[in-house]
Design a protein around this ligand. Structure first.
Ligand SMILES: Nc1ncnc2c1ncn2[C@@H]1O[C@H](COP(=O)(O)OP(=O)(O)OP(=O)(O)O)[C@@H](O)[C@H]1O
Ligand SMILES: [Mg+2]
Length: 253
């Protein structure tokens, strides 16, 4: 059974302009999926729907066999523990006035999870490759890559089954990006990962499957290596064609 089943979901922020159009997507337990598409194609919007932060105009989203229903408080509390998200910006996503311990323990508090929070935070820090003494420090004492590790620790501390990453490595330099991608690859052994990125290279390295979104529609989806080797949709071909040009531009600056 799918962990997440998105079935013909349509959504618009206003009635006049649809942002997602009959999107269907299954996420199996342990799946790693790269969600790729131009700016404005609806990637973040789809994540918001998957998190229950917005409700589809039509179509359904099921999590672990049950419909995502914001009115079902008991289910949503269970769900919030099991689906976590990491965003792009490692600078704005951590409260500068809180210690790292307090930041990482926040989901445990807000979800009122039982257990030894100190031990759970220590375990999450270790999982992302930070030393225990990080717990007493503040966000400004860490680099961008370390902050992103802290954001990932916060996301994994409640033991989610689904991790959504929205451009989670885009703001990082190349070396740091590689390290954080390696971390996500390790974590994906124990949870499903939906990874939004403009970076096809990173998606190719990390994701078994790829989903291409164009103006709110899935135009192509499949095994990453297969789609990248043989893109069938013109939009995918254009996206891939733009990759070497970007590399050239970077090399010439
Ligand atoms: N809160 C909002 N209210 C109204 N329109 C919005 C809102 N958020 C996003 N949109 C519009 O929805 C469309 C899709 O936006 P979305 O943020 O999902 O795109 P995206 O694929 O994540 O883009 P990017 O790669 O730039 O992050 C855009 O046209 C955007 O302007
Ligand atoms: Mg976005």
């Amino acid at each position: 059974m799918s962990l997440v089943a998105v079935d013909k979901v349509s959504f618009g922020y206003t009635a006049s302009r649809p942002i997602l159009d009959a999107v269907s997507l299954d996420i199996a337990p342990g799946d790693t999926i790269g969600l790729v598409g131009e700016s404005g194609s609806g990637k973040t919007t789809l994540l918001r729907l998957l998190l229950g932060l917005a409700t589809p105009d039509s179509g359904t989203i099921h999590f672990d066999g049950s419909p995502l229903d914001p009115r079902n408080g008991a289910f949503m509390r269970q769900f919030r523990r099991q689906a976590q998200v990491v965003f792009q910006d490692p600078y704005s996503s951590l409260d500068p006035r809180q210690t790292i311990f307090s930041i990482i323990a926040e989901p445990l508090r807000s979800l009122r999870l039982a257990g030894d929070h100190a031990a759970m935070v220590a375990q999450a820090l270790e999982a992302v490759g930070l030393t225990p003494d990080a717990a007493t420090r503040y966000p400004h004492q860490f680099s961008g890559g370390q902050r992103q590790r802290i954001a990932i620790a916060r996301a994994i501390v409640p033991g989610p089954r689904l991790l959504l990453a929205d451009e989670a490595v885009s703001a990082l330099d190349l070396t740091t990006k590689v390290r954080v991608v390696e971390l996500l690859a390790r974590l994906s052994a124990s949870m499903s990962l939906l990874f939004v990125s403009h970076d096809i290279g990173v998606v190719a390295a990390l994701c078994r499957r790829i989903v291409i979104l164009e103006q709110g529609r899935i135009v192509e989806a499949g095994d990453t290596a297969t789609v990248l080797a043989n893109p069938r949709h013109p939009y995918t071909q254009r996206l891939l064609a733009s990759v070497p040009r970007l590399t050239l531009n970077e090399a010439s600056t």
